[in-house]
Design a binder for this molecule. Structure first.
Ligand code: ATP
Ligand code: MG
Ligand code: MG
Ligand code: MG
Length: 562
C-alpha cells in the first residue's frame, strides 16, 4: 500500500478528550475517528487489524466445531417480549419504530433471535449438539460510553450459542468454547486471565470472563499466586439520583422479614467450613421464595450449592439438579440478600435498579418478586469482606492479589432459560419433548483491538504483535526526490510483495523525521529504510519492538528479513 494515497491521518498531539493510551494512540495513529459519542469509524489500518483478529476468531471457532452464520441487527420487539427482556433490559436497549409504528430494537446480543431460529429449524435430538456463531455489529446505549472503542455504543462482537440435549453436553460445548477463547487471546498476544464471574445476571450457573490485565480495566480481579483461582469482584456505587428514579418507576418490589437470615460467620459455622471458604452468598428469588446459594471454596461451577434458609434449621447443600427438582425452578433468578455486612453488586447497565434494591436491602429483610434477567444481578459477595489483597487463597495455600482487568470475552452456561421461555424444544430418544440446553459465548472484537494496544505500546506509539499487525513491513523512502532512493524503494516494494509480505510503503514527500515518527506511532513490526546508502544498495532494518537496527544489502533483503 502506498502511503501517499492511504487514509492514515496521524496526529502529533494527544487529543484532549482521550484519557487512556489505546484511545489516544488509535486517534493519533489514524486508526479511528469518532462520529458521535460511542460511535466510531474504523479507518483502513484499524480495519486490517480487525480482520486479522476476526480471522483468528474464525479459525478457532471453526476448529471447535462452531458454524458461522449472520443474524439481523434489527430485531422486532415481539421476540424480546417473548422472553420478557423487552421490559427488563432497560435503557441500554436501543429501541426504534418503523413507518408503521411497529417497535424494534437494535440487537445488543442475540439469544432471542438464535433461540427462535433453532426452535423453528431443529426438532430432534439427532441434530444436536449444535454451536453457531456470528461476527456482527451490536448496539448498546451505554450509560457512559468511554475510553474510545473499549466501551462504545456500536461495536463488533463475536457471539456464539450452543444447543445441547443434556447438561453434560452443555459442559462439553462450554469447555470447547473456553479452550477456543484461551487459544484466541493467546494468539492475540494478550496477557489475560479467565476468571470466575457472576453467574446470576444471565440466568446460568457457570460463567467465566476473559480479562486482559490492565490498570485501566473497569473490573477488579482477585487471583491466587499459586493455583489458578481467579474471580471477578464487581463494585457497586450508590447513586442517590438513580435510586430515586427507579424507586419512582413502580418496579414490583416488596420487603419481607427474614429473621432467619444468617451472617457469613453463621453460615460458615453451620456448614462446618471457615468463612474464607465461602466465596459468595447469593439470594435467589425463586418463584417468590428466597434461598441462599453458598458457593464454597472448592466448588465446581456446575454444582452451585443452594439452601433455603427461610424455613429450614439445618443447612444442607443442594446442587443444580435438586434446585430444579425440589424447588421446582431454575437456579439463577437473583434477588438481593439481607446478610449482615454484605454488599449489593450490580451490572453497570442496570445500576439504577440495583441501587434501588440496595437501598431496600436492610438487615434481616429481603426483596422478593423481582423480575430479574441478564442485565439485572444483585449479589452478596462474601469475598468482598472475606477476600482482600494479601489474604490466603480459598483453594490452596497461596496468596490473593488484586488486579484490574478489561473484559474481552465472556462464556455462560445459560441452561434452559431462553429455550423454555421461547418453546425451543426437541424430541428426545423416547419421543418426549425437552427444552434445548444452551450456552452463549461473546468476544468484544473491537474491544480486543483496543486491549491489544493497551498492552503493546511505548511512549512513541503502538507496537503491533506480528499476528495482528496491519502490515508486516513499513518500507520508508527517506527522500523521494533522490532518484537512487526512490528507484530502490520502488523495486523493494515490488519484490517484498511478490515474496508474500504485506507492505506499507511511505512514498510521501515528507521530512525524514515526520516519516520516522509516524512509523513509530503506527507500530508496524519491521521498518526498512531506504536512505543515503541506496546508491550502494544498502538499506536499514529496524525492529519496532526493541529498536534493533541492522544494515542489510538490498539484494539479500528477502533472505535476511528477521
Ligand atoms: P461490560 O461488563 O464491559 O459492560 P458486558 O458484560 O456487558 O461488558 P457481554 O454482554 O458479556 O458484555 O458481551 C460480550 C463481550 O462484548 C464483552 O465481554 C465485551 O468484550 C464486549 N462488549 C460489551 N459491551 C461492549 C461495549 N459497550 N463496547 C465494546 N465492547 C463491548
Ligand atoms: Mg455491559
Ligand atoms: Mg461484564
Ligand atoms: Mg459480560
Amino acid at each position: 500500500m502506498r502511503q501517499q494515497h492511504y487514509l492514515v491521518p496521524t496526529l502529533r498531539d494527544v487529543p484532549a478528550d482521550a484519557e487512556v493510551a489505546s484511545h489516544q494512540l488509535m486517534l493519533r495513529a489514524g486508526l479511528i475517528r469518532q462520529l458521535a459519542s460511542g460511535l466510531y469509524t474504523y479507518l483502513p489500518l484499524a480495519q486490517r487489524v480487525l480482520k486479522k483478529i476476526q480471522d483468528i476468531i474464525r479459525e478457532e471457532m471453526n476448529k471447535a466445531g462452531a458454524q458461522e452464520l449472520l443474524m439481523p441487527a434489527l430485531h422486532p420487539a415481539e421476540i424480546w417480549q417473548e422472553t420478557g427482556r423487552w421490559d427488563v433490559y432497560g435503557p441500554e436497549l436501543m429501541r426504534l419504530s418503523d413507518r408503521h409504528e411497529r417497535q424494534f430494537a437494535l440487537g445488543p446480543t442475540h439469544e432471542e433471535v438464535v433461540t427462535g431460529l433453532l426452535r423453528d429449524e431443529v426438532k430432534s435430538y439427532k441434530r444436536l449438539p449444535m454451536t453457531v456463531y456470528q461476527i456482527q455489529t451490536k448496539y448498546r446505549d451505554e450509560r457512559r460510553p468511554r475510553f474510545g472503542v473499549l466501551r462504545a455504543r456500536e461495536f463488533i462482537m463475536k457471539d456464539a450459542y450452543s444447543f445441547d440435549t443434556s447438561r453434560e453436553g452443555l459442559d462439553e460445548s462450554y469447555r470447547k468454547m473456553y479452550d477456543a477463547y484461551q487459544a484466541i487471546f493467546s494468539r492475540c498476544q494478550l496477557n489475560f486471565r479467565a476468571v470466575e464471574a457472576d453467574a446470576g445476571a444471565i440466568g446460568g450457573t457457570g460463567t467465566h470472563e476473559f480479562m486482559v490485565l490492565s490498570d485501566i480495566g473497569e473490573d477488579t480481579i482477585a487471583y491466587c499466586d499459586t493455583c489458578n483461582y481467579a474471580a471477578n469482584i464487581e463494585k457497586a456505587e450508590v447513586n442517590q439520583q438513580e435510586y430515586e428514579q427507579v424507586q419512582g418507576s413502580g418496579l414490583p418490589m416488596e420487603k419481607v422479614d427474614t429473621p432467619q437470615a444468617k451472617t457469613i460467620e453463621q453460615l460458615a459455622a453451620m456448614l462446618n467450613v471457615s468463612p474464607s471458604q465461602i466465596i459468595k452468598a447469593v439470594a435467589l428469588a425463586v418463584d417468590g421464595q428466597v434461598v441462599v446459594a453458598l458457593v464454597r471454596g472448592d466448588f465446581e461451577l456446575n454444582e452451585v450449592k443452594v439452601k433455603n434458609l427461610l424455613d429450614a434449621d439445618v443447612v444442607e447443600l443442594l446442587d443444580e439438579e435438586r434446585i430444579r427438582t425440589e424447588l421446582g425452578s431454575e437456579p439463577g433468578f437473583i434477588g438481593p440478600v439481607g446478610l449482615d455486612g454484605c454488599k449489593v453488586i450490580a451490572d453497570y447497565s442496570i445500576k439504577g435498579m440495583t441501587d434501588a434494591l440496595a437501598g431496600a436491602n436492610e438487615k434481616d429483610k429481603h426483596v422478593v418478586h423481582v423480575s430479574v434477567d441478564r442485565d439485572f444481578s444483585v449479589e452478596c459477595y462474601a469475598d468482598l469482606r472475606q477476600i482482600s489483597e494479601g489474604d490466603a487463597c480459598p483453594r490452596c495455600a497461596g496468596t490473593i492479589h488484586f488486579a484490574k482487568g478489561i473484559e474481552v470475552g465472556h462464556v455462560f452456561k445459560l441452561g434452559t432459560k431462553y429455550s423454555e421461555a421461547m418453546g425451543a424444544t426437541f424430541l428426545d430418544e423416547n419421543g418426549k419433548e425437552q427444552p434445548m440446553i444452551m450456552g452463549c459465548y461473546g468476544i468484544g472484537v473491537t474491544r480486543t483491538l483496543a486491549a491489544v494496544i493497551e498492552q503493546h505500546h511505548d511512549e512513541h506509539g503502538i507496537i503491533w504483535p506480528r499476528a495482528l499487525a496491519p502490515f508486516d513491513i513499513h518500507l520508508i523512502a527517506v527522500n523521494m526526490k533522490d532518484d537512487a532512493q526512490r528507484e530502490l524503494a520502488e523495486q523493494l516494494y515490488t519484490q517484498l510483495r511478490e515474496a508474500g509480505y504485506e507492505v506499507l510503503y511511505d512514498d510521501r514527500q515528507e521530512r525524514a523525521g515526520v516519516k520516522f515518527k509516524d512509523a513509530d506511532l503506527i507500530g508496524i513490526p519491521l521498518r526498512i529504510t531506504v536512505g543515503k546508502k541506496a546508491g550502494e544498495g544498502i538499506v536499514e532494518s529496524k525492529l519496532r519492538k526493541n529498536g534493533e537496527t541492522q544494515e542489510l544489502k538490498a539484494e539479500q533483503l528477502i533472505e535476511q528479513i528477521p
